[in-house]
Design a binder for this molecule. Structure first.
Ligand code: XMP
Length: 536
């Protein structure tokens, strides 16, 4: 295992990614982690970048014991400065922030040392393009280090210790703008740290199934919510594979799902994937609580809270049933099948975990994203999170290995508050129906044109304004649909998608012809920032 200590750089999780791409297992922990509290022995440590300056009084620092672990260390950007700061080097504030491409000249290391160029940049040539993003830089070498790489503006862009396997690099090897950066990370973790390259997804599945069985014991039961999205479906299938019908999935129909979504999910999970699923139709309750509400945060809150109410009711029913069965299960065999509901499954992914482990605390709230996180507060259940080590595309490949059909595995994300945040005015059954039909046509045409997988997220929005149109000889006065499609890596930023005109034309004419109440279709050409992906 490689230990990555996070100083809050926006790129920290990418370091973890690159390690896994080399099939080396890596764990990202806050930089303030005390090393004697670690429950594993790392074979190497990477210190991440950071938005801070090492000389700022509030800036984070690493447990100095890291330099006595006796394992190789790689400092990236702030990590380099942190290493120098600890090992008595001099860091200065640069005159200007350096941000962008630079050409790194690789220098031969000191002959006869194990730590020179031959180790970190072995086989990577004399020069490489790298990505810089920093304010501070080294002004003088820490004691017992030498230069292994420099750029026009950074004389100490890469340094190595004269006798220990300590390295510092000013550039960011983890971003794709450093084309050979992944190889630099590979040299460090494979050649220098000598990590085994055996982390695979199918190995992960086997280990995770074993771990779930161990946690739940022979009789424990687990409940979990599914939404029809990738994460909850993959988590549910994994759970079912591990403990069969002792896992109970619950889907709450909140009345603001996509067209026929509850029925589709029911068929897929129950029939195709064999998962023990209960669908609860609570649409009337949700819609009555949403009546007259226009404020988006209010909509989110109502849906989040109502979801928790319904889920808890259903969970209580399943628990009562389980207890009854447990009492009846007189024979030993019967007992083994039956037991208490002790666990709650959540499809938490690694980026959510990173957000909550970071020493900085979560970033400023722009919109409160509704997740089932609120559930545990009142329930006496323990949490089980089988996907907590994975990134989104890893969850997708896990899903494929578990036999989940490709169209589901590649599905665009859908927000918890559903169509309620895509209906800009008050949410009513009629408005939901209009939006469902328009959205269905939109997605169908995108799939038909073969564009679904190159778009990160596409959906329709129902505007609360009416416009004039003409149909036959008559004047119409009806609502407007806005179409949105974006491409994005992580949804922190997004670009609007450029459709072929004929696809847009077909979508527009189908929507205005087939959806009663709509006489006009517009296409949203705003990027994020300054807009957000959703309209609310
Ligand atoms: P924004 O609109 O914040 O969207 O640019 C970024 C991503 O987050 C999704 N989103 C939500 N997901 N609950 C969710 O589960 C929410 O309240 C919510 N709001 C936005 C959005 O669909 C996009 O993928």
């Amino acid at each position: 295992t490689i230990l990555i200590l996070d100083f809050g750089s926006q790129y920290s999780h990418l370091i973890t990614r690159r390690c896994r791409e080399h099939q080396v297992y890596a764990e990202l922990l806050p930089c303030t982690t005390k090393l004697d509290e670690l429950n594993f022995k790392p074979k190497g440590v990477i210190l991440s970048g950071s938005p801070y300056s090492v000389y700022h009084p509030d800036s984070p620092h690493v447990d100095p014991a890291v330099f006595d672990l006796g394992v190789p260390i790689l400092g990236i950007c702030y990590g380099l400065q942190e290493m120098a700061w600890n090992l008595k080097g001099e860091v200065t504030q640069s005159d200007h922030r350096e941000y962008g491409f630079a050409q790194l000249q690789i220098k031969r290391g000191i002959e006869g040392t194990s730590t020179g160029v031959d180790a970190l940049f072995e086989g990577l040539g004399d020069e490489m393009q790298v990505w810089m993003s920093h304010g501070d830089q080294l002004a003088a070498m820490p004691q017992d280090f030498h230069v292994v790489g420099l750029t026009n503006t950074a004389p100490f862009a890469a340094i190595a210790h004269n006798s220990k396997p300590f390295y510092g690099i000013q550039f960011h090897p983890e971003v794709t703008h450093s084309p050979r950066g992944k190889e630099v990370i590979g040299r460090f973790i494979v050649n220098i740290c000598k990590c085994r390259t055996d982390w695979t997804m199918s190995g992960f599945i086997d280990k995770e199934i074993e771990r779930i069985r161990e946690i739940c014991g022979p009789t424990g039961r687990v409940i979990g919510a599914v939404s029809g999205g990738v994460d909850s479906t993959v988590a549910a299938k994994l759970m079912h594979t591990a403990i069969g019908d002792r896992f109970h999935a619950i889907m709450v129909d909140n009345g603001v799902l996509r067209l026929n979504e509850a029925t589709k999910v029911n068929t897929m999970l129950n029939k195709d994937l064999g998962v023990n699923l209960t669908v609860v139709d609570a649409s009337s309750l949700f819609l009555s609580r949403l009546e007259g509400v226009e404020d988006p945060e209010q909509k989110r809150k109502i849906i989040g809270n109502t979801f928790i109410n319904i889920f808890e009711e259903e969970a209580a029913k399943i628990e009562a049933m389980a207890e009854e069965e447990e009492e009846e299960g007189g024979t030993q065999e019967g007992k083994e099948k039956k037991g208490k509901v002790e666990w709650l499954l959540q499809g938490t992914l690694y980026p959510d975990v990173i957000e909550s482990i970071s020493f900085k605390g979560p970033s400023a709230t722009i919109k409160t994203h509704h997740n089932v996180g609120g559930l545990l507060k009142d329930m006496k259940l323990k949490l089980i999170e089988p996907l907590r080590e994975l990134f989104k595309d890893e969850v997708r490949s896990l899903g494929r290995l578990l036999g989940i059909p490709a169209p589901l595995v590649n599905r665009h994300p859908f927000p918890g508050p559903g169509l309620a945040i895509r209906i800009l005015g008050p949410v009513t059954r009629e408005q939901v129906k209009i939006l469902q039909l328009a959205d269905e046509i939109y997605i169908e045409e995108i799939r038909r044109a073969g564009l679904y997988d190159e778009i990160s997220q596409a959906f329709a929005v129902l505007l609360p304004v009416k416009a004039v149109g003409v149909m036959g000889d008559a004047r119409t006065y009806e609502q407007v649909i806005a179409l949105r499609a974006v491409q994005s890596e992580d949804f922190m930023t997004a670009d609007w998608y450029v459709f072929p005109a004929d696809v847009l034309r077909r979508i527009s004419s189908r929507i205005t012809n087939e959806v009663k109440g709509i006489n006009r279709v517009t296409y949203d050409i705003s990027s994020k920032p300054p807009a957000t992906v959703e309209w609310l």
